[in-house]
Design a protein around this ligand. Structure first.
Ligand code: AKG
Ligand code: FE2
Length: 280
């Protein structure tokens, strides 16, 4: 297995490995690499849905997405499809997956099945670096704040969503999380939020009071030097750690089809910096 860094901040491109035939040592190496790089883009994976599901289960239990429809016969896999001429709003803004649930997904993986000839890349940004780059005063303030997150169906409307429109609509429940999240495996603090479509405000504050700081933090978190970019090819499987990064699906391929097979892995309850210090 070989790993090439994708940028100075985060990301690794992995070659020389077959996820359909991975021993425990190989998996452990991949696990360590994910903790180090945050996102791994693994090339050349000609694997079946069952093999993708088996690979996903090595990371943990599969996380049910409360709002997305799944692949027929494989309820573990969400098929993300964008047709030519369709606007993509699925993941087309900076976010970390399922922050609007009480226990957000630990990791997400996408396997590229069909890709446009150019465009349709996915961008990632490193929230350890974003936290580290804050002033001491802002770090102290951020450590005391929690975010109030609410799913926004309008922001995510796309073909993948349509199958669920017929399902009974359950009202979205808000989820509260620490703004500075301690990574459960590395112990490193990271900023943890989405943009105001989902992170509506800080807990105990109004939207108007919260908005300037949310806007500042989003601009800060997505500074180009904290990012990397994954260029897809059919058979690229990209897995990312939602506990320390945000991502964005670029909608720059209006005339082409793009199909991804997505699996999310269950996470653990979020722990803030103060809470982690008390526990230590
Ligand atoms: O389609 C993509 O590149 C990413 C979509 C997304 O945000 C996700 O699968 O969580
Ligand atoms: Fe996402």
């Amino acid at each position: 297995m070989e790993i090439q860094q994708l940028s100075g901040a985060l990301g690794g491109e992995v070659t020389g490995i077959d996820l359909g035939d991975l021993d425990d040592g190989g998996f452990e190496a991949l696990h360590r690499a994910l903790l180090e790089h945050g996102v791994l883009c693994i090339r050349g994976q000609d694997i079946t849905p069952d093999e993708q599901i088996a690979f996903a289960r090595r990371w943990g239990e599969i996380h049910d997405h409360p709002y997305l429809a799944t692949l027929p016969g494989h309820p573990e896999i969400i098929e993300i499809v964008k047709e030519p001429g369709e606007r993509n709003r699925f993941g087309a803004h900076w976010h970390t997956d399922q922050i609007f649930t009480p226990v957000p997904a630990m990791a997400t993986m996408l396997l590229a099945k069909e890709v446009p000839p150019v465009g349709g890349d996915t961008l990632f940004t490193d929230l350890y670096s974003a936290y580290d780059a804050l002033s001491d005063g802002m770090k102290r303030l951020a450590a005391r704040l929690a975010t109030f997150n609410l799913y926004n169906k309008q922001a995510d409307r796309s073909r993948v969503m349509k199958a669920k429109v017929t399902a009974p609509e359950t009202p979205a429940e808000p989820a509260i999380h620490p703004l500075v999240r301690v990574h459960p495996e590395t112990g490193r603090p990271a900023l943890y939020l989405n943009d105001p479509r989902v992170t509506r405000r800080f807990d105990g504050m109004t939207e108007a009071e919260s908005r300037p700081l949310i806007d500042f933090l989003m601009a800060h978190c997505t500074r180009p030097e904290f990012t990397c970019r994954v260029r897809w090819a059919v058979g690229t499987l990209t897995i990312w750690d939602n506990r320390r990064l945000m991502h964005l699906a670029l909608d720059d391929y209006p005339d082409h089809r793009r199909v991804m097979h997505r699996i999310t892995i269950k996470g653990t309850p979020t722990v803030g910096l103060e809470q982690a210090r008390v526990a230590a």
